[in-house]
Design a binder for this molecule. Structure first.
Ligand code: SF4
Ligand code: SF4
Length: 464
């Protein structure tokens, strides 16, 4: 075999095939070789549980990655492509692996390799460029789009469109069913802060793209809950989307650009914790050190930034919650977001927070940490498997007496909403901080206690 090594690819002159990995974001060979093929991860893997096929298991996928690295399988082999994208990147395998295989970065690098070497049809390239690059690259654009969505939901247009059958015709009915009621206004960094009377410390809120727009009221609830626990909350200007969706889609350069902007935005706030309300964002932010490890100007700064990141349940749980003042008479079950339970290994704090709420009854569901099928944009690109997982999750929720299902990630919330609706489930879906905020008396309590009013204008806010 005669192989020509090029900067971007290795070419086998005999067969004309691309051999091995090349270019940027090559799956780390040492990481790949830590798998000892024991198979202990198989029962935790959602795709293996649905298909029963070795290729759809973590061990099978690691074997495929290794086969490409060793030149036994072509990078562009359809089986490799299919398996790298059939994986949910839920990282359940990582949490149970006795060898410590760091699976997430391996599948992400494999996808990045596919995106570098496999041409996508023009329409797909355009769609990815517009949605992931243009829209998520600039918060103002997303806020404008969400303002349109808000108008659609609140003006009565939604009911009209649903009745017209247009959603079924355009194949967007499922997407629409997932959409929660959009918050009354987006949270614009620099425009709002929360300053309780006796603040002992300050935290910086990571606003996020979907959380800062569609779920902006959830971010506000998180800030109030932190305030009741002696923390002033600020939302630094200049921050961007975390880039998790981009990493999952193999768009590493776009993710790095966003990561650098976030490091810049949070650096002036020194060592203050960066608190996140979306598990997927938190996992991505905690890995900026790895994402920017080859960038001489940012590697150390990114690692320092990552060390400051805390999920809101981790932050409040570790702080030791001050007793909430109000009873919340609700029966609740907790759906664990994969990127909280597996990628960040945060499992006890959310439960402890729920148990600390007076009046609330917590019922565990079966397989609470099995992926619900949301997984970034998985429920859009692998709809059939995502629906099977969503239906399974809905059944598990409905087996409990819970009337509320609590989670900590916007993707899970939307997927649960759609899955419960499809299966006749009536449980309400809420973020854990919304329940906590209610237990502290909600927005009214902050006014009664004389906090700095929300909506306070700063000298140089971001334009809306
Ligand atoms: S990934 Fe870990 S648990 Fe799974 S087969 Fe390899 S060594 Fe075993
Ligand atoms: S990340 Fe999730 S879906 Fe992918 S191999 Fe691991 S357990 Fe399976």
């Amino acid at each position: 075999m005669v192989v020509v090594e090029h900067r971007d690819y290795n070419l086998d002159l005999d067969t004309g095939r691309i051999v091995g990995y090349a270019g940027r974001d090559v799956p780390d060979d040492d990481l790949l070789r830590t798998c000892v093929h024991c198979g202990m991860c198989l029962p935790s893997c959602p795709t293996y549980r649905l298909t029963g096929q070795e290729a759809s298991s973590p061990r099978g996928r690691l074997w495929l990655m290794r086969a490409v690295a060793d030149g036994r399988l072509e990078l562009l082999d359809p089986i490799f492509d299919e398996q790298m994208y059939q994986c949910l990147n839920c990282r359940a395998c990582e949490a149970v692996c006795p060898s410590g295989v760091h699976y997430g970065p391996l599948v992400e690098a494999s996808r990045a390799q596919l995106e570098q070497h496999r041409p996508r049809p023009g329409r797909e390239r355009l769609l990815r460029g517009v949605a992931m690059g243009w829209l998520f690259g600039e918060p103002k654009r997303l806020r404008t789009l969400v303002a349109g969505l808000r108008f659609y939901q609140r003006s009565g247009l939604a009911a009209l469109v649903r009745r017209s059958g247009l959603l079924k015709l355009t194949g967007t009915a499922e997407l629409e069913a997932m959409m929660p009621p959009v918050s009354k206004r987006s949270l614009v960094p620099g425009r709002e802060r929360w300053l309780p009377k006796r603040a002992e410390r300050t935290a910086r809120l990571f606003n996020g793209c979907v959380m800062g727009t569609v779920f902006a009221d959830t971010n506000r609830a998180a800030a109030r809950a932190m305030g009741h626990n002696g923390t002033a909350v600020d939302v630094p200007v200049g921050q961007r989307c975390c880039g998790a969706l981009h990493v999952h889609a193999g768009m590493m350069e776009e993710a790095r650009t966003l990561a650098r902007r976030n490091v810049d935005a949070f650096e002036p706030s020194g060592h203050d914790p960066v608190v996140v309300t979306a598990a997927g964002c938190g996992a991505a932010l905690k890995e900026y050190g790895f994402l920017l490890k080859d960038d001489l100007a940012y590697a150390d700064r990114a690692a320092r930034f990552s060390a400051r990141v805390r999920d809101v349940t981790e932050y409040l749980g570790d702080l030791g919650l001050r007793p909430p003042s109000h009873e919340v008479n609700a029966t609740v079950t907790y759906q664990e977001p994969c990127h909280l339970a597996h990628a960040q290994r945060i499992t006890s704090q959310p439960r402890a927070l729920l148990k600390a709420i007076p009046g609330l009854k917590l019922f565990e569901m079966r397989e609470s940490a099995l992926c619900c099928g949301s997984a970034g944009i998985y429920n859009l690109i692998r709809r059939e498997m995502a629906e099977q997982l969503g239906d399974r999750k809905a059944r598990h929720v409905m087996e409990t007496p819970a009337t509320t299902v609590v989670t900590a990630n916007p993707g899970c919330a939307m997927q649960l909403r759609a899955s419960l609706g499809r299966n006749g489930g009536t449980a309400q879906v809420r973020h854990i901080v919304e329940v906590l905020d209610e237990a502290y008396g909600g927005e009214r309590a902050t006014r009664r206690q004389g906090w700095t009013p929300e909506g306070e204008r700063r000298l140089s806010p971001e334009p809306s």
